[in-house]
Design a protein around this ligand. Structure first.
Ligand SMILES: NC(=O)CC[C@H](N)C(=O)O
Length: 407
């Protein structure tokens, strides 16, 4: 790294990361040509780069993958957590190779290009990760230009002028704009995604009042979960279906009245990008009313943070965050350790939990809060991702616990 004002672009460099302080890391660009500004984070998962790139919680972020072989299994139509990638770009060690996998439909670099996402390869990602660990997640510009023409000083200025994720509400940008019925169960090799027959095809059995089949037969008696989408990962909804719920998804901006119109047995609060405190401005009043109405609530990640905010706790920005697929979490009720998937840069401040909020899970990496339960309501949430995608499935029991509790 060196000063952008005095730096020259090394021969053969077609991609660069430029930091707000003027330093730069060069490599080879792939995917889309152009530039993007955001927060640089790292993810330690060894599989699941397509799920990571399409997780809407990565909006506003550029992901450094610590696993060196990214792109080697290409991309497919199934391993997506949303219709498009939301991470702005990624930084990888090895150049992306020809895909080698029976499920591949499109090479990773081409998929990145088609989706307007910038990649940078040939980077010492270990050094970059250590730097993020030491100094915290920096604001950067990632740029790709096949001719190697970069105005480094201008890019450094752009990184410096970016306001950062703190105080930024991104859920409003990535949430589904319309309410919809969820129609998939979980994926199985040789079968693909299970079809949630009762919710498919439209018109539906579910929705307001529980309903029944349009022909008047076979009422759908499964508990009805109304899920508020702050930038949700699809696999959360698939797991709710697997656990026995029918699911209606509402936009982040749904009012309390719109939630209740759906006649929910329980309300689910999804993951999502950005600062929970900024998102909470419109979401928290709705969640408070849902709690007052004694509706059972389950939240994941951003949903966890917003349940905590609604209960009167505070959230804080973390130094470098947690992103990976092997994070150990201790369940406080019995000391059992769950290996979990994580992706968060903010956390619930455990020192601010009101008396009626009991911590239920804690990170074994840094002791940060990973779960809460309201002692006077049927409401709980976790900071990590029981839906995996990518990652272990140790924590599926949380979906079962929620759905069983609605019957
Ligand atoms: N995956 C998530 O829901 C992330 C929540 C929040 N945006 C954070 O970074 O902490």
């Amino acid at each position: 790294m060196a000063d952008a004002k005095t730096l020259t672009v090394p021969k053969g460099a077609t991609g660069v990361l430029v930091f707000a302080d003027g330093s730069a890391v060069f490599g080879r660009g792939f995917g889309a040509v152009g530039e993007a500004v955001g927060e640089l984070c790292f993810n330690t998962a060894m599989t699941g780069y397509q799920e990571v790139m399409t997780d809407p919680s990565y909006a506003g972020q550029i992901v450094t993958f610590t696993f060196p072989h990214i792109g080697n299994v290409g991309t497919n139509l199934d391993d997506v957590e949303a219709d498009n990638p939301f991470a702005l770009g990624c930084v990888v060690r090895q150049d992306v190779t020809e895909p080698s996998n029976f499920r591949n439909v499109e090479p990773f670099d081409q998929w990145m290009k088609e989706n307007g996402r910038i990649g940078l390869s040939g980077v010492d990602t270990r050094a970059l990760t250590r730097m993020i660990r030491l100094k915290g997640a920096p604001n950067v510009v990632i740029a790709h230009n096949p001719e190697g023409n970069f105005d480094l000083a201008a890019l450094a200025e752009k990184a410096a002028n970016w306001p950062g994720l703190e105080g930024m509400d991104l859920a409003i940008e990535v949430t589904a704009k319309e309410s919809r019925l969820w129609k998939d169960g979980v994926w199985k090799l040789g079968h693909g995604y299970a079809k949630d027959e009762a919710n498919s095809p439209l018109p539906f059995r579910g929705g307001a009042g529980g309903g029944g089949h349009p022909d008047g037969t076979a009422p759908d008696n499964r508990p009805h979960v109304v899920a508020i989408d702050y930038g949700a990962k699809n696999n959360i909804f698939r797991n709710l279906v697997k656990a026995g719920a029918r699911v209606t998804v509402l936009p982040a901006t749904a009012t309390y009245e719109q939630v209740m119109e759906q006649n929910p047995d329980g309300v689910f609060l999804s993951n999502g990008p950005g600062d929970p405190a900024a998102t909470g401005e419109y979401a928290v009043p709705v969640i408070k009313k849902v709690l007052e109405a004694d509706k059972p609530v389950f939240g994941i990640c951003l949903g966890h943070q917003m349940l905590a905010l609604a209960a009167g706790a505070k959230t804080v920005k973390m130094h470098q965050g947690h992103r990976g697929a092997n994070h150990p979490v201790k369940r406080l009720s019995d000391g059992l350790v769950e290996i979990t998937s994580m992706n968060h840069g903010f956390a619930v401040d455990s020192d601010t939990l009101p008396a009626n909020v009991k911590p239920t899970h804690v990170s074994l990496f840094d002791g940060s809060n990973c779960g809460i339960e309201l002692t006077d309501k049927k409401a709980f949430s976790v900071q990590y991702h029981p839906e995996a995608s990518p990652g272990p499935q140790d924590s599926f029991y949380l979906f079962q616990r929620f759905v069983e509790g609605l019957k």
